[in-house]
Ligand binder design. Structure first.
Ligand code: GLV
Ligand code: MG
Length: 312
């Protein structure tokens, strides 16, 4: 192990992250009472320009009226991008009026670490001015070629940054990839055309102690496509995936939860290794397969998620 270590900045259960346009209060209520681990109130791309101001007000009201934590949820607000004229007021209004109620701000289309610096400086000032004892977290959407080209530098931002998300729709647009299908596979490509990008983002996250989260899958009438995408993301190390429809939340919770068999196996791995250790051995065998200290780390990863789910 290197002498340089970046432990996970913040453990949060984020198997499913439901995107809710803040312009729609009915959807906000449904989201609050649904099974998602995480809900983000969207002020950005799901909200049309004439509705931006009302959406901001709705988000603030939902943060103040609903006890999201008591409902077992983390609540986030996706602010508008730094290239718009909405962003500064999103940060000022949401933070001044509900900065001690919102858990994280999701910053879209982050291209360089300086984008996070600006948001961070603003929330620092507002939290100080308001005398909040809470500290809002930051999450960044990696969804442009620039953001992906700088993902390792962005991941090292430090401070409040706790997660990166892969925004496949904007990423496809930014790359001019040949698709108009959000998150679906392109049959012309032998495999998953997003593999390299997600793997790169996950590596940057794991190197610097952030949670990697996979973004949307647009076709909500294709549960199998959604689940397959979620399983691919989980295989690479993502902790969860967005849902753009309530029905997708259940699938995400299912895919990103360890099964009972996985939990039992994880416990058995640890037991066997303890028994081997007592006999002065570092490795052991379980069900005909070699296990060693790395197996214990993998097993503990499973148990951390299982414990977080039981604590929910
Ligand atoms: C999410 O914002 C995406 O662009 O996929
Ligand atoms: Mg986007």
């Amino acid at each position: 192990m290197s002498h340089t270590l970046y432990p996970l900045k913040k453990q949060r259960l984020q198997r499913s992250e439901l995107a809710v346009p803040a312009s729609n209060p009915t959807m906000i209520d449904k989201a609050a009472n649904g099974p998602a681990d995480y809900v983000f109130l969207d002020l950005e791309d799901a909200v049309a320009p004439p509705e931006k101001e009302q959406a901001r007000k709705n988000a603030i009201q939902a943060l103040n009226d609903i006890d999201w934590a008591a409902k077992g949820k983390t609540v986030s607000v996706r602010i508008n991008g730094l290239d718009t004229h909405y962003m500064y007021r999103d940060v000022v209004d949401v933070m001044e009026q509900a900065g001690d109620r919102v858990h994280t701000l999701l910053v879209p289309k982050v291209g360089v670490p300086g984008d996070l610096y600006m948001v961070d400086a603003m929330v620092n000032q507002i939290e100080m001015a308001k005398g909040f004892s809470t500290r809002v977290g930051l999450e960044a959407l990696i969804e442009t070629a620039l953001g992906m080209a700088n993902v390792e530098a962005i991941a090292q931002f430090g401070g409040r940054l706790e997660a990166l998300h892969f925004g496949v729709a904007d990423f496809a647009a930014s790359m001019r990839a040949r698709t108009v299908n959000i998150g679906g596979l392109n049959p012309d490509y032998p495999g998953d055309q997003w593999h390299a990008a997600i793997a790169r983002m996950v590596t940057a996250c794991r190197a610097y102690g952030l949670r990697p989260i996979d973004g949307p899958f647009g076709d909500f009438s294709d549960p199998e496509g959604y689940k397959a995408g979620a399983r691919r993301a989980a295989a690479l190390g993502c902790e969860g995936k967005w849902a753009i429809h309530l029905s997708q939340v259940t699938f995400a919770n299912e895919v990103f939860s360890p099964t009972e068999a996985e939990v039992t196996k994880a416990r058995r791995i640890i037991e066997e290794l303890r028994a081997a250790e007592a006999q002065g051995k570092g490795a052991a065998s379980l069900d005909g397969k070699m296990i060693d200290a790395a197996s214990e780390k993998m097993a503990r990863n499973v148990l951390v998620v299982a414990d977080a789910i039981s604590a929910k």
